[in-house]
Design a binder for this molecule. Structure first.
Ligand code: PLP
Ligand code: COI
Length: 342
């Protein structure tokens, strides 16, 4: 049963599924994408032999719609999500969903559920989950003949419960993705591979697991659900890991731009050793769901390294947060092409 907007406590949202009235769905059959439409049916119907179920042939995205002060609704860089889904689709041999149609579908599904875009000032947003999956009767390991593209939405609050209060993370002795594997693609298998480490982290009081490179187990990869960044002790440099097996985060690339263009920092994507955490005065996790989540400390074997503070957000992280969220909620001028009005 779809939820009612009047029942939602906008100020106390977590990051949980909610069955909203409308979602968008399109099918790929007979070698082409058919015209999609809105539906009220929140159940996907597929054959038991669907390759997504057995072999994980699928990819997803995450983006948000924001309510501005004047009551209008806007999306942040949906063209980047459309492009990344295209790239993920190619990695697992799916027919890409046309990027212009992705953006149109995103706008359509947000407009249909507009009463669920949280009020300006609550900090909450409407999260969009686009999903592209291989379906139909199959059993051998080969790409599907049929696909479903859908976008469903739900209002969300902070992904890590601290929000802008720092939380702690733990470096785990598991690999999430291989260098020539699927780490750059937003495919479900990467997340299945992260569940065990993620659960260990949560059960031990950490927000999430951090992964190191899968060869030397020395260099930072990313958090299970976000990228990583650090601010050097002189306050002048924004560093973020360079690796062939991490997700090309849209938030990370946005921060690289804002750190340089608006804050005047030097920026670099580079290898970051777990043995060199002392170079940083501040660190954070960044992503659509995570926004900017300050990292209080990182546990690595028996060492616990605290950055700025376990309870307070560092000044550079705060400025980056204000700039990014100011743009997303329409209070700060956005770089050309970053904002799409619904
Ligand atoms: N890394 C992983 C593993 C993620 O799941 C996400 C979330 O999308 C990110 C990084 C951040 O990417 P983005 O900023 O595009 O949301
Ligand atoms: C996002 O930030 O959009 C993500 O996909 C991260 C997580 C919810 C898996």
């Amino acid at each position: 049963m779809a939820v009612k907007a009047s029942e939602i406590d906008w100020n106390n949202l977590g990051f949980d599924y909610m069955d909203l009235p409308y979602r968008y769905i399109a099918h790929y059959r007979n070698g082409q994408w058919e015209k999609g439409q809105l539906t009220e049916d929140s159940t996907l119907h597929m054959n038991e032999g669907s390759p997504i179920l057995h072999y994980g042939q699928g990819a997803f995205e995450g983006l948000k719609a924001y309510r501005t002060k004047d009551g209008s609704i806007q999306l942040f860089r949906p063209d980047r999500n459309a492009k990344r889904l295209h790239d993920s689709a190619e990695r697992v041999l799916m027919p890409p969903y046309p990027e212009a149609d992705f953006i149109a579908a995103a706008k359509q599904v947000v407009a249909a559920n507009k009463e669920f875009v949280p009020p300006y000032g609550t900090g909450a947003t409407l999260y969009l989950r686009p999903l592209l999956i291989g379906v139909g009767p199959n059993i051998g390991v080969k790409p599907a003949d049929e696909y479903i593209f859908t976008i469903f939405v739900m209002p969300v609050g902070p992904y890590f419960k601290g929000g802008l209060t720092p939380t702690n993370f733990i470096v785990m002795d598991y690999d999430r993705a291989a260098h020539k594997g699927t780490g750059q693609s937003k495919v479900g298998g990467n997340y299945a591979a992260s569940l065990k480490a993620g659960q260990y982290a949560h059960e031990h009081g950490f927000s999430d697991a951090i992964y190191l490179d899968p060869i030397q187990h020395e260099y930072f990869e990313e958090v299970g659900s976000a990228n990583f960044f650090g601010i050097t002790k002189d306050g002048k440099r924004f560093l973020t890991p360079k690796s062939p097996s991490i997700l090309p985060s849209i938030t990370k690339y946005s921060l690289l731009y804002l750190a340089k263009d608006r804050l005047g920092l030097e920026t670099e994507e580079t290898q970051i050793s777990i043995h060199d955490l002392d170079q940083f005065s501040e660190a954070g996790a960044c992503g659509t769901a995570a926004v900017i989540s300050p990292i209080g400390g990182i546990q690595y074997n028996d060492d616990f390294h605290v950055f700025y503070s376990e309870t307070e957000t560092g000044p550079v992280t705060k400025r980056l947060y204000d700039e990014l969220t100011g743009i997303q909620f329409g209070d700060v001028k956005a770089p050309e092409g970053w904002i799409y009005k619904v």
